[in-house]
Design a protein around this ligand. Sequence first.
Ligand code: RB5
Length: 145
Amino acid sequence: MNKIYIGADHGGFELKEQIIGYLTDLGYEVKDVGVFNTESVDYPDYANEVAQKVIVDNCLGILICGTGVGMAIAANKIKGIRAANISDVFSAKMLRAHNNGNILCLGARTVGLELHKEIVNAFLSADFEGDRHQRRVDKIVALEN
Ligand code: RB5
């Protein structure tokens, strides 16, 4: 999984640019859906854009707003998305390993850049463990249907 979709609102714009640089240096193909400046926008529009691409391309995504909260709420409305707002490295790893999460949400106004980078790295490096976790994810899918 080398392709990552990323999106942000105005509150997440600056962090998005920094994370794009970080991921590009690591060799990821980063697809940026915006926003491209700090003018005020509505985060659900960007959550939807990234979520739709993640479903169609069956890949991972990153969404950034001021807290990460709004992005997570909005992204989880899209069928097939398992998004979480994360501010620690352990949960970032578990989002993939146990929940088969496909969108990581970050709060630009919460933790610092270096921790955000570690969180992103943990999310992208972990693999879904399947087994009993698959059964639980299947139950989430059943709730959706
Ligand atoms: C925008 O000011 C802010 O509400 C947004 O970035 C985000 O934190 C919402 O959850």
